[in-house]
Design a protein around this ligand. Structure first.
Ligand SMILES: Cc1ncc(COP(=O)(O)OP(=O)(O)O)c(N)n1
Ligand SMILES: Cc1ncsc1CCOP(=O)(O)O
Ligand SMILES: [Mg+2]
Length: 544
């Protein structure tokens, strides 16, 4: 079923520009119009949304900091699809490499063919190639399929210093792989090995090394200087055959650097697959690695000296997972929504107001701070989340998905003119809570289709807290509840005097009341919350 050459797609011209004269792009112009032919299917697919695609040919790292696992995470973080051909299985962790089990050459070939005959790979990235046989197999198949761009990370040893590929592969790199590469990304030790063991101790040495490695045939060379003596910045030397660029970054003090080489190379590959030209791809890759290292500098995975880092910027969110929990519709029972003007009027901070509401029995909190500056809002949210999480109460942010993301709040509440819940869901991910304001069954249906967790329906009664807000009354509330499967919380003009009448409309998915002024435009938030809580308890204890 093999076909030779890739189809043209919108990125091909930019990426082929990267390759320049070294690897001619083959654009297939099929005259076969049979709608069932492979070419017809592929042509039809190429007119749809083409996903940028990197194929990584590398070793598996059981500790998942480097190798195939790092490549997968990097591509996922950058929005690029990553397929994998595994060249070796390694047993390794944060202490070192305990074992290496190379995959037989024929099976490396079979994996390559499986991917390349079926998928439109934009860029191939290589990592650990444990034997000369695997290098030769790879080169043979790459020529067969005429890959558009090849990024070579000439992995020889792990961060712990354990050997992953011996000097026997060098001949294959020199003669076959490097001449096909668009870029090669050695660190100091690898550059030295590629050049027969020369000493590299200064930036000038790195420049000469880059030039000499360029003579093997890659279009660009990046010599990474992370191992240069400590007081210097981390300097990498980029050579395009004519000019040098020194790329500098601050050194980040951390043990969590395992997999930085693989990550840098796969990030370059991912950026090329998206259509970037080479220098910007390298600059983005450096920034990505630096940002990920800085973000992950204090995470603890494993007990050895070389920890992995967090490619997806998500692991720290779960550090205090014991105080987190999922959403239960009954959380909507007594929904307290803050208002800074009211709290200011009564001389209390928002954190004190939130604490008092929770102590009085509020079952969920929303920070509705219309006048807060962004930085202030994020800090406020973080402070309130510490309080709410210590009590096991969920806290959402009104309107501001950016603030919810930055503070890692439990979710957001959005109205009909705020960010669409569908986009909010894509940004926040599946585990965050999204509430949507709805006044009609149509809006309720849309909220459900967009992935909302609950509906806020109102104003049920007139209110001065929200200007120009149409009142739907108890009938409107009932209509919305009956039209949806989602849990509903009623809002607008609700307090101790009418909470019972709202809860008694007799629909099972009406789960509670949301209140602003009845709690926060009062002298004592905790006692007002207690009063409202006891009204709700009375309603809940009544026979149905
Ligand atoms: C629980 C709950 N329901 C409704 C609203 C109102 O949201 P929205 O329509 O976006 O109006 P603002 O609150 O942003 O003025 C809410 N905040 N909470
Ligand atoms: C935000 C909002 N959305 C509909 S009514 C309303 C205000 C509710 O405030 P209050 O509980 O003081 O009537
Ligand atoms: Mg809103």
């Amino acid at each position: 079923m093999a076909y030779s050459g890739f189809l043209s797609h919108p990125l091909s011209f930019q990426v082929s520009g990267v390759l320049s004269a070294r690897l001619p792009v083959t654009i297939s112009t099929s005259s076969d119009r049979n709608p069932n032919s492979v070419m017809a299917v592929l042509e039809e697919r190429s007119s749809k949304h083409k996903v940028p695609h990197v194929l990584t040919v590398a070793g598996s790292d059981s500790g998942a900091g480097a190798g195939i696992q790092a490549d997968l995470k990097t591509c996922a973080a950058l929005g690029v699809y990553c397929s994998t051909v595994i060249t070796a299985i390694t047993a390794q962790n944060t202490v070192g490499v305990q074992g290496v089990h190379p995959v037989p050459e024929e099976f490396v070939a079979e994996q390559l063919r499986s991917v390349l005959t079926d998928m439109q790979v934009d860029v191939v990235k290589t990592g650990m190639l444990p034997s000369i046989g695997i290098v030769k197999t790879l080169c043979r198949i790459l020529k067969e399929f005429r890959v558009r761009a090849l990024v070579v990370d000439p992995v020889m040893a792990s961060t712990s210093g354990d050997v992953l590929a011996g000097p026997s592969i060098l001949a294959g790199l020199w003669k076959e792989l490097l001449p096909m590469a668009v870029i090669v990304t050695p660190n100091l030790k690898e550059a030295s090995a590629l050049l027969g063991g020369v000493q590299l101790a200064t930036v000038d040495d790195m420049r000469s090394a880059a030039k000499s490695i360029h003579d093997f045939g890659p279009r660009y060379v990046l010599v990474k200087g992370g191992d240069l003596p400590a007081p210097l910045d981390a300097v990498d030397v980029f050579f395009d055959g004519e000019n040098f660029h020194e790329l500098r970054a601050a050194r980040i003090k951390t043990r969590n650097t395992h997999g930085t080489g693989c990550t840098l190379a796969s990030c370059i590959a991912a950026e090329l697959a998206k259509g970037s030209s080479m220098l910007p791809a390298v600059q983005v890759a450096k920034r990505y690695v630096e940002t990920a290292l800085d973000y992950s500098k204090d995470i603890v995975i494993g007990s050895g000296p070389q920890g992995p880092f967090d490619h997806l910027f998500k692991l720290k969110r779960n550090v205090c997972s014991s105080s987190r929990r999922g959403f239960n519709p009954n959380d909507l029972l007594l929904y307290a929504i803050t208002d800074s003007r009211m709290n200011k009027k009564w001389g209390r901070s928002i954190t004190d107001a939130v604490k008092a509401a929770i102590e009085g029995g509020a079952t969920i909190i929303q920070l509705r701070e219309k006048e807060a500056e962004t930085r202030e809002f994020v800090e406020l949210a973080k402070a309130c989340l510490e309080i709410s999480r210590s009590h096991g109460v969920l806290l959402l942010i009104n309107d501001r998905v950016d603030v919810a993301l930055a503070s890692d709040a439990d979710g957001v509440h959005v109205g009909q003119s705020d960010m669409s819940p569908r986009i909010a869901r894509a940004l926040l991910g599946p585990e965050k809570i999204i509430g949507v304001s709805c006044k009609t069954p149509e809006q309720a249906l849309q909220a459900w289709a967009d992935g909302a967790d609950y509906i806020g329906c109102g104003g049920v009664f007139p209110t001065s807290t929200k200007a120009n807000n149409l009142t739907v009354g108890l009938d409107g509330l009932k209509t919305v509840c009956l039209s949806s499967k989602l849990p509903v919380v009623a809002i607008g003009g609700i307090g101790v005097g009418n909470a019972g009448s709202v809860m008694e409309i007799g629909v099972p998915n009406l789960k509670g009341i949301a209140v602003v002024s009845a709690l926060f435009d009062r002298e004592c938030v905790s006692s007002e919350t207690k009063k409202l809580h006891s009204v709700l308890m009375d309603v809940l204890s009544m026979p149905k």
